[in-house]
Design a protein around this ligand. Structure first.
Ligand SMILES: [Zn+2]
Length: 415
């Protein structure tokens, strides 16, 4: 079977390039249907039953930007065990700084270039050709293999993996194991990720003429007080908390807080208005650890802002939750992890390392909504190159990851 993958090297690269040439840029969610159809047609041509799932009921599923997911099923002798390989079709915008066309799928010097090359169109191609190599080798699987292409991972995955999980199409009732071929590097198995708490604080002041600020109450001044106290009192505490999860890079093994955005008063670049700002909003991104109960995460922020308010005349604020994602982790003794470990050892001749991701990805939906604990990320490409200009995936790694996934699927779905 492994030689079938070596023989398919050019096909794997060509399919990766083909996927890159469909510019599934998110936001706004361009060309999803074209990409879903491309993957669906490929799966149909290699023996999969293919279904398309428009994300009906989701507000972002619109006529101009339809959210179309695709799932292919190749039946074995029985429905279970079922191994599901899930990749996201969307890519982030190209941005500037490219020296190649980001949507050309250029192949040069043993690499495939383009937006989404590593994150994660190479991973989707690896999944497809892992399944195909099993077929070409004539293996008759006991269980079934599914491959899905889902939308919107880069913006939360609610019309994609979450939608399939909510509808039971990606759930423990029918699926045993899920591998998400995100670019975690070819010798690393990603068990899960930290939690996310996005929240917004809005301060409210009182408008007055900017020439007489003492007659008003500045919402911006009050926001800077809050930000300053969070930075001085909470951030050092967070830096002192360490998770046992193998998060990479090591600096992300601690709890963190980032300010994603801040806006108040006159719009930047807008018409000059000499006013005391009566409103200021800031969005915060708190990444929390499996060891931190969410009530503590939220409670300590609330308590600190309440303290600032109590010490500051006229400070009035609202704190709103925007998104809560709990940490997830596959059990370290999962048969899925063991299979991938054996496969990495066999293909690369070295031991796999276990990692966890600093940010989240669709595993949260597979685990939390779908109830599938045996889910990990494993795929080709170097994580640091994701979302960068001149993103690329090494072809040797792409071929190796295809082999690893094929061996793991073979073992998990059973002969
Ligand atoms: Zn990704």
């Amino acid at each position: 079977m492994l030689s079938a993958i070596d023989d398919a090297r050019d096909e794997i690269v060509d399919f990766t390039s083909e996927l890159i040439r469909v510019p599934t840029v998110n936001p706004p969610g361009d060309a999803y249907e074209d990409c879903a159809r491309l993957l669906g047609a490929k799966l149909a041509s290699i023996g999969f039953e293919v279904e398309y799932f428009p994300a009906d009921g989701r507000p972002e599923h619109t006529r101009t930007h339809p959210r179309i997911n695709v799932v292919g099923l190749r039946r074995g002798r029985a429905p279970r065990p079922s191994v599901h390989l899930n990749g996201h079709l969307d890519v982030v915008p190209a941005g500037s700084g490219w020296t190649v066309d980001p949507f050309d799928g250029t192949v040069r010097d043993g690499r495939v270039y383009g937006r989404g090359a590593c994150d994660m169109k190479a991973g989707i191609a690896a999944a497809v050709f892992a399944a195909e190599a099993i077929r070409r080798a004539g293996a008759d699987l006991a269980g079934s293999v599914e491959i899905s292409g889902t939308v919107d991972e880069e913006s939360g995955g609610f019309a994609g993996a979450a939608w399939l999980a909510e509808r039971g199409r990606l759930s423990s009732a029918r699926t045993d194991y899920v591998i998400i071929p995100e670019p975690l590097n070819v010798d690393r198995i990603c068990l899960g990720h930290r939690g996310v708490y996005w929240f917004e604080i809005e301060t409210r002041g009182r408008i007055a003429h900017g020439s007489m600020p003492f007659l008003g109450v500045s919402a911006i001044d009050h926001m800077t007080l809050i930000v300053d106290r969070l930075r001085r009192e909470l951030v050092p505490v967070l830096a002192g908390r360490t998770t046992a999860m193998p998060v990479v890079p090591g600096a992300a093994r601690h709890a963190t807080l980032n300010i994603n955005g801040i806006a108040g008063g006159q719009a930047v670049g807008g018409i000059q208005t000499p006013c005391v700002a009566d409103r200021c909003r800031a969005v915060f991104d708190r990444r929390f650890l499996a060891e931190e109960p969410f009530d503590l995460v939220k409670g300590e922020i609330r308590a600190l802002v309440d303290r600032v308010a109590a010490q500051t005349p006229d400070l009035s604020f609202d704190l709103r939750d925007l998104m809560i994602v709990h940490p997830v982790s596959a059990p370290a003794d999962s048969p899925l992890v063991a299979s991938l470990e054996r496969a990495v050892q066999r293909v690369l001749g070295r031991a796999a390392t276990h990692v966890a991701s600093p940010g989240t990805y669709d595993q949260k939906h597979v685990d939390r909504i779908g109830g599938i604990r045996h889910c990990v990320a494993y795929g080709p490409g170097i994580l640091d190159l994701a979302h960068q200009p001149d993103e690329w995936c090494g072809i040797d790694d792409l071929v190796s990851a295809t082999k690893v996934i094929a061996l793991a699927v073979l073992e998990l779905a059973g002969l």
